[in-house]
Ligand binder design. Sequence first.
Ligand SMILES: [Zn+2]
Length: 138
Amino acid sequence: MAVPKSLRATVRELDNHRCAYCQSPEILAVTPFEIDHIVPQKAGGKTELDNLCLASPECNRHKYARQTAVDPQTNHQIALFHPRQQAWADHFVWNEQHTHLIGLTPAGRATISALNMNRPRLIHLRQLWVKLGYVLSE
Ligand SMILES: [Zn+2]
């Protein structure tokens, strides 16, 4: 089911026009961000606000239909970070330079790994955003 336009706008507002996973600002990206079904529709996820978040195309592509991923520290299969049920800052923190994300929890680490949230091109962009004075976290 396609996401109605008004719901898309509400999701964008709710996520502050940033990817709910990697926190990239949509306004500084070349391509529009996508509305992600946190629990995929295939798995019964509904098209409603508490199951939708804004996602950069890269995060969305890496997440695809996954709901779990391996925590690289423990090798355990872990539920991915859920942007509507969990607080971003409980699971992720920036390194000192604000270029790399660090997982604070198994869900944070598994999500960074599965969504490739420290991809080299994104790190390069974050360096530029920091130089521009753009604040990457709330
Ligand atoms: Zn992202």
